[in-house]
Ligand binder design. Structure first.
Ligand code: GLU
Length: 300
C-alpha cells in the first residue's frame, strides 16, 4: 500500500454528542504524542453508526477542538462518505472465505453463550458451518482462529486475548446492513497510513479483533497506546451514555491543565491560569508518554 512515511496519529470521535472530559484526554494524549514525534495528527468523524449520531454534533466537535487549540492535518475524514470503500473490502473478505452469514439475533447469542457457560455474549460459532434453507441471514461474521493474539501496548504492557474463547466470530456487517466499527476503523487507519493509535483503554478489548483483521487484509499493524479512562463517581467511564458534562470552551485552560494532570504530566499549579497558548507550549515541551499511568482513579 502506498502510505506516507513518518508518524501519523489520529483522533476519531463519534458524533453522538458533544465532547466531554474523557474525549479531551484522548485528544490531548494522541495530539501531544504525534507532535512529540514530529508527526501528523488526523481527525476522523466516526459517524458510521447513523442511528446513534446527533445532528450538528460533528460541527460542534470541530468547533470545540478549535477552541481548545488543536490543529489537525489535512481534511477531516468522514466515515459516512466512505461506504463504497467499506463495501469493497467486505467483498474481498467474503471472496477470501473469511466471512459467513449468521442468522442469530443478539439475544440468541447471549442465550447460547449462557447455555454453554461461555463469557457473556461470546459467539459460539453457531452458524459457521452454514445456514439451513429456512434460516434468514442477518449479519456477516468473521471467522476467528483458535489462537491467542498477543501484542505489547505502549502504556498497558503485554496484552493477550484468545479470540475464539473470549470474543468468538465477530460481526463485520450488521443486521441493518451497516458495516461494523471493527471493520471500518481498520480500513480507515490503514488507508490513512496511521502508524500509531493512542486512544482510551475502553477500546483495549477491541484491539485483538483489529489486529486479526489487519492480518486478514494484509495491512501492516500500527503501534498502540491505550490511555487510562476517566471515571465518574460511580466508577463508570465518562461517556455520553452516562451523561458526562459537555466540555465548556470557556474552561479550556482549566480543562487542558486537568487533562495533562490526569495523563501524569505533572503541570505546575501556577501555569493553570496562563493563556491557552502558553499551556500548550508547556505541554509540547514536557510531554512524556512514559509518564502516563495505566489507570486512574475516580475523576469527578
Ligand atoms: N469512535 C471511537 C470512540 O469515539 C474511537 C475509535 C478508535 O479510536 O478506534 O470511542
Amino acid at each position: 500500500m502506498n502510505t506516507p512515511a513518518g508518524y501519523r496519529g489520529r483522533f476519531a470521535p463519534s458524533p453522538t454528542g458533544p465532547l466531554h472530559f474523557g474525549s479531551l484526554i484522548t485528544a490531548v494524549g494522541s495530539y501531544l504524542q504525534a507532535r512529540a514525534q514530529q508527526g501528523q495528527w488526523l481527525l476522523r468523524m466516526e459517524d458510521i453508526d447513523e442511528p446513534r449520531c446527533v445532528p450538528g454534533a460533528a460541527d460542534e466537535i470541530l468547533r470545540t477542538l478549535e477552541h481548545y487549540g488543536f490543529q489537525w492535518d489535512g481534511e477531516v475524514w468522514v466515515q459516512s462518505q466512505r461506504q463504497a470503500i467499506y463495501a469493497e473490502v467486505c467483498s474481498q473478505l467474503q471472496t477470501q472465505q473469511h466471512l459467513f452469514p449468521c442468522a442469530c439475533t443478539r439475544k440468541q447469542v447471549i442465550a447460547q453463550a449462557e447455555q454453554l457457560q461461555l463469557p457473556k455474549g461470546v459467539y459460539p460459532g453457531t452458524c459457521r458451518t452454514g445456514l439451513n434453507p429456512q434460516q434468514t441471514p442477518r449479519t456477516l461474521r468473521l471467522k476467528v482462529p483458535d489462537q491467542s493474539i498477543e501484542w505489547t501496548d505502549q502504556i498497558q504492557g503485554i496484552q493477550q486475548q484468545h479470540l475464539q474463547q473470549q470474543v468468538g466470530d465477530f460481526i463485520i456487517r450488521r443486521a441493518d446492513q451497516r458495516f461494523a466499527y471493527q471493520l471500518v476503523v481498520v480500513i480507515d487507519d490503514a488507508l490513512a497510513g496511521i502508524t500509531d493509535i493512542v486512544r482510551g483503554s475502553d477500546l483495549l478489548d477491541s484491539t485483538p479483533r483489529q489486529l486479526y483483521l489487519q492480518q486478514c487484509l494484509n495491512y501492516s499493524s500500527p503501534h498502540y497506546a491505550h490511555l487510562p479512562v476517566a471515571l465518574d463517581t460511580r466508577g463508570d467511564k465518562l461517556s455520553k451514555q452516562t451523561f458526562a458534562q459537555p466540555l465548556d470552551p470557556q474552561q479550556a485552560q482549566a480543562d487542558l491543565w486537568a487533562a495533562l494532570d490526569f495523563l501524569g504530566q505533572h503541570p505546575q499549579q501556577d501555569i493553570k491560569t496562563e493563556p491557552l497558548d502558553t499551556l500548550w507550549q508547556w505541554a509540547h515541551a514536557h510531554w512524556q508518554l512514559s509518564s502516563v499511568p495505566k489507570q486512574r482513579g475516580i475523576k469527578i
